[in-house]
Design a protein around this ligand. Sequence first.
Ligand code: ZN
Length: 123
Amino acid sequence: MRKEQLQAQIEKVKAELLKIGPMRPGSLSQQYSACQKPGCKCVDPVRPQKHGPFYQLSYTHLGRSTTQFVRPPFVPEVEKQLAAYKRFKALTQQWVTLSLELCKLEMQEARSAASQSTPTQRS
Ligand SMILES: [Zn+2]
C-alpha cells in the first residue's frame, strides 16, 4: 500500500515536471552606477542620482559562472524563467526523496521474501 502511494506521488512529480516551460538558473540583481562625467546627474554635488537600475543576471552552469545584463523589457520574462528553474530543482529533489524511500521499501520486501523461502527448495 505504502509502495503504491510512493509510486503515485512520483508520477505526480513527473507530470508537474512536464509542465515546466523555459527555465534558467541564477539570480537577477539590480545595479546602479555613476559614469562620473562632469555635469552628469550622477555626480551632482547636491543631489547625486546614479544611473539605473540595470538588471544583472548571474548564474553558474557546467562549472562556468556567467554574468550578463538584461534589458528592462525582458526582466519579467527572465523572472519567470528563474522561477521555473527553482520549481524544476524542487521537483527533482522531491523525486529523489520519494525514489530513495521506494528503493528502501523494495529492498526490505526482497529481503523478507528471501528469508521466507525455505532453503530445502534449492536444487
Ligand atoms: Zn552619469
